[in-house]
Design a binder for this molecule. Sequence first.
Ligand SMILES: *[C@@H]1O[C@H](CO)[C@@H](O)[C@H](O)[C@H]1NC(C)=O
Ligand SMILES: *[C@@H]1O[C@H](CO)[C@@H](O)[C@H](O)[C@H]1NC(C)=O
Ligand SMILES: *[C@@H]1O[C@H](CO)[C@@H](O)[C@H](O)[C@H]1NC(C)=O
Length: 316
Amino acid sequence: MAISITSSSSVIVLVVMIMCCEVLCSPNPQCDPDYPDEGPPIYERDVELLQFAENLEHLEADYFLWGAFGYGLDKFAPDLVGGGPPPIGAQRANLDNQTQSIIGEFGLQEVGHLRALKSTVGGFPRPLLDLSKSNFAKIMDSAFGRKLDPPFDPYANSINYLLASYVVPYVGLNGYKGSNRFIRGYVSKDLLSGLLGVEAGQDAVIRHHLYERGEQLVHPYNITVTEFTNRISELRNNLGMCGIKDEGVFVPPELGAEMRTSSNVLSADRNSLSYPRTPKEILRIVYGTGNESVPGGFFPRGANGKIALQYLKHQD
Ligand SMILES: *[C@@H]1O[C@H](CO)[C@@H](O)[C@H](O)[C@H]1NC(C)=O
Ligand SMILES: *[C@@H]1O[C@H](CO)[C@@H](O)[C@H](O)[C@H]1NC(C)=O
Ligand SMILES: *[C@@H]1O[C@H](CO)[C@@H](O)[C@H](O)[C@H]1NC(C)=O
């Protein structure tokens, strides 16, 4: 009896050891990636659309890395720069510790995004980016329809930096939502949904920070944080030229969820779904010109890749 107990417990021990080894010594067959077994993993149109997104990822990577650390992609991942020119006017921002950690995390996330994109669909050298104070000041002046005095400085403090950040990942998320319907390959879809998830998360973190401080005045202007978000969103809607796809952190109830709330920590449509934007709309916004054929703003020489270059060719 005693022997049989011992032998059955040693059997159990053996089984447990084998199970541990399954987990620790070899990949778990229960968790093999699950891909459809038909159709190409990546289509040609997927490549164009995902490469287009690299423009925005480059903009975010250098803006966040420089803001948090005082240096950018050239130092973190020179292989992803591809010999593109250094960004104009990028600098470290004067951030509080928590904001610095978050922005640093975002910047590092963009490095991963660029690596994933470039290793999956290839890419191009980083386009020339204008991250200068004066470029952001110009954007804010356009948003308010007058010259702010003194000029808006995105690098002066955390709230200014986050207001300037409000300008960026949201447009990326609109772009991924807009591309989604044209993306067909399963590897492309996998990449796009992973990027969309994190871009949306970044946007939510930035918006929440601004939402909490909605009533605060942005020094030295007599303008609240909420009004800044409303004006920037309105500017993007005007430049995009395709109706309302962008909303500040507090809105008239007609624009809120179920048309029942002014609280608008996330920007979304009538059914609370994210708004889509086409590459053309995105270029009009990030160029700041309202014209996808006329470069400017963050991309003084235009964005890169087949889609953006096609529009630039129509320049006269
Ligand atoms: C912020 O971080 C710096 C450097 O790590 C530290 O010296 C400082 O005490 C921190 N400030 C606050 C308010 O936590
Ligand atoms: C600031 O703006 C508020 C609301 O627009 C206005 O009532 C107030 O007079 C302004 N204060 C200054 C100092 O301009
Ligand atoms: C955009 O710019 C191009 C090149 O300057 C011009 O030909 C075109 O008419 C502009 N489009 C609009 C809608 O203004």
